[in-house]
Design a protein around this ligand. Sequence first.
Ligand code: TRP
Length: 476
Amino acid sequence: MTDCQGDVEGASTPMELYEKLSEQGVKVRSLKSAKADKTEVDTAVQLLLKLKMDYKQMTGHDYKAGCPPSENDAAPNNGPAADVAGEDDTVDPWTVSTTNAKGVDYDKLIVRFGSSKIDQELVDRIEKVCGQKPHRFLRRGVFFSHRDMHQVLDAYEKHKSFYLYTGRGPSSEAMHVGHLIPFIFTKWLQDVFDIPLVIQLTDDEKYLWKDLTVEECHRFAIENAKDIIACGFDINKTFIFSDLDYMGSSPEFYRNVVKIQKHVTFNQVKGIFGFTDSDCIGKISFPAIQAAPSFSNSFPHVFGSRKDIQCLIPCAIDQDPYFRMTRDVAPRIGYPKPALLHSTFFPALQGAQTKMSASDANSSIFLTDTPKQIKNKINKHAFSGGKDTVEEHRKYGGNADVDVSFMYLTFFLEDDEQLEKIRQDYTSGALLTGELKKILIETLQPMIAQHQERRKQVTDDLVKQFMTPRPLNFNL
Ligand code: TRP
């Protein structure tokens, strides 16, 4: 099954969506009164619910039969309506927060966003198609949601390949371990499927959103590229680009940006991103720039003039609004919709209520941290699900579901059995918080030291090579 109901299918204005909703309401009522087949009714009701959610996302308020939207309908100023996951969850490209210590309710987010769950069947299928043990991020639900991944695999099985697209907004020199999640996973995908990859560094986005100069943003892009390259990407299959550099040098890329801009209205981006009348016009048109790499002819040095090559985007779920918009536009400008794989957030040391932030040194483990800093931060700041005293902990056990050290181990400890044993021992009280933290410290210290070692090997010249538009090596 595809998940296309999740997109604002063909409806580009609140009015169009309102009309679709009214029609669907009539359909549901007539099916019900005709006592139609249960599955038929259920399908119609489901579509109605999806449309209602899309409508709320676009306009910022609930659909009411008989009350058509006004021209100015869009989400309120305080951010996209799409961001409400559980009642208290906020998830959009700029904010991630929840009041729940276990973190955002990701199942609810799937329903809200209209994506599909990465279930065991899909994980098994990925294993079968690529012939490799699924990455721990798949085994453990770190990548938990998708759009159209089955279609990508169907095509791959028929020897129709695809390319990967991911990115990073370079807002500072400092990257933390959470930033590596999409890149670690993307590298794995590149290796097991043997496919090309483009990485967008949105230095333009950071200039528009933050109090930084263009030069600073560009410099951060280059610095971040070094950390990204240190993840081990294949230089023969990877093109990394800064928007500030590439946009002006590639007529094909810019043509796609303009095509996208023509097919998205101010009302729509207001609904999707919560822009207001006082946001600068750079922000309002930026989503088109993040959308453009989803189309293969944006990279003629890699794909020539082919516009039909399927794109797969691994990203954190907060980037989904950009790609819901992209998928809505794609068929209207003659391109395939990009498929997506969504990850959960990497929690802050203080707890899963929010994600790690590069601007708060104590909430994050940075890629530049020394072994001693790593140890101190974890011991001092990592939120513990343990009990207050050793006696109580031994008696009642700890709560791994809210324990940040345990959560981090689910991201980085490779051995499934060892992880499960840690969970059991912690829950029973046999393993103390200090001991759990020690395991995490001993996992992260070598991992980060190795990253620093690899980053040292990344020369300016190597960065230049990765960032030079050139043919890549692959068979599609
Ligand atoms: N906007 C993203 C950020 O701020 C960067 C980005 C651009 C991106 N293109 C992407 C992330 C594609 C994931 C996939 O980090």
